[in-house]
Design a protein around this ligand. Structure first.
Ligand SMILES: Nc1ncnc2c1ncn2[C@@H]1O[C@H](COP(=O)(O)OP(=O)(O)OP(=O)(O)O)[C@@H](O)[C@H]1O
Length: 234
C-alpha cells in the first residue's frame, strides 16, 4: 500500500484554483521533492498533506486513512515542518520539546534523544528567542519527529539558511532516511540530494514526475526548465 495517495485533488482559494486535479502516490520510504516556481501551489498542496486544509475536490489518503478534519490517526503519523517553527521563544529548547511531548502523549524521556539527533543538547537550556535561524529550524525538526512519525512533510526546510546551516540540516535529515518524506523546496541541488523523485508543479498542475539518480542535478534542472517554460523561450 502506498504511504500517501493524492487522488484528483483540486483546491480553490477564493477565485484562485491553487491546485488542479492533482494525482500521485508516494511509496513507503520514498523521498519526493516538490518543486515549482512561486505561486505554483506547493504550500497549498503541503498544507493539504499536513491536514491543515482540505481538498475542494478529490481525496488524500495517508497510511490508508483519508485525511479529514477529525482523522487523528493520520495526524499521529505525520511530522510537519512548515514556514513557521511552531515553538515558543520564551521557553528553552528542552521546555518546548517537553511541552510538545506532553501535548502529544509522548514519553518525555524521548526529548533528550531527539535533542541529540538535531545537535541541540548543549543548547537545550537556552531560551529559543536567542537562537539563530538554523538552530530554530533544527528545533522545529526535533518537534516534528518527537512522536516518531512515519511520514515527514517539510515545506522549504532550507529557506533562509546559510550554506553551513543548510548542510547541517541536510545531515540531520539523513537520519530520517527510512521515513516517507515530501519536501517542498526551491533549492534544486539540495532537493536532488535529499530525494529520489521529483514532482514539478506549475500553475497547480504536476507537469513533471521524474526519478532523481544521484546528486547530479542536470536531469532535474532540464525537467524543471521544460516544465516552467515548455516552449524554451527563455
Ligand atoms: N489564502 C489565499 N487566498 C487566495 N489565494 C491564495 C491564498 N493562498 C495562496 N493563494 C494563491 O494560490 C496559488 C498557490 O499559492 P502557493 O502559496 O500554494 O504557491 P507556492 O508554490 O507555495 O508559492 P511560493 O513558492 O511562492 O511559496 C497562488 O496563486 C497564490 O496567490
Amino acid at each position: 500500500m502506498a504511504s500517501i495517495t493524492v487522488d484528483g485533488v483540486t483546491k480553490r482559494l477564493g477565485s484562485t484554483i491553487a491546485v488542479r486535479n492533482v494525482s500521485f502516490a508516494v511509496e513507503p520510504g520514498e523521498h519526493v521533492g516538490l518543486f515549482g516556481p512561486n505561486g505554483a501551489g506547493k504550500t497549498t498542496l503541503m498544507q493539504m498533506l499536513s491536514s491543515l486544509s482540505f481538498p475542494s475536490e478529490g481525496q488524500i489518503r495517508i497510511g490508508g486513512s483519508e485525511v479529514t478534519p477529525d482523522a487523528t490517526d493520520v495526524r499521529r503519523s505525520l511530522g510537519v515542518v512548515g514556514h513557521r517553527p511552531m515553538v515558543y521563544g520564551t521557553l528553552t529548547a528542552r521546555e518546548n520539546l517537553r511541552l510538545h511531548a506532553r501535548l502529544r502523549g509522548v514519553d518525555t524521556d524521548r526529548v533528550e534523544a531527539v535533542l541529540g539527533q538535531v545537535n541541540l543538547r548543549t543548547r537545550a537550556s537556552t531560551r529559543v528567542e536567542t537562537f539563530s535561524h538554523g538552530m530554530t529550524k533544527r528545533l522545529a525538526i526535533a518537534r516534528s519527529v518527537l512522536h516518531d512519525p512515519t511520514v515527514l512533510l517539510l515545506d522549504e526546510p532550507y529557506a533562509g539558511l546559510d550554506q553551513r546551516s543548510a548542510a547541517d540540516l541536510q545531515a540531520i535529515l539523513e537520519q530520517f532516511d527510512d521515513r516517507t518524506v515530501v519536501l517542498a523546496t526551491h533549492d534544486l541541488q539540495r532537493g536532488a540530494a535529499d530525494c529520489d523523485r521529483a514532482l514539478v508543479l506549475v500553475d497547480g498542475v504536476i507537469s513533471r514526475d521524474v526519478r532523481i539518480d544521484g546528486p547530479d542535478t542536470d536531469a532535474l534542472e532540464t525537467a524543471y526548465d521544460r516544465a516552467i517554460d515548455p516552449a524554451g523561450s527563455r
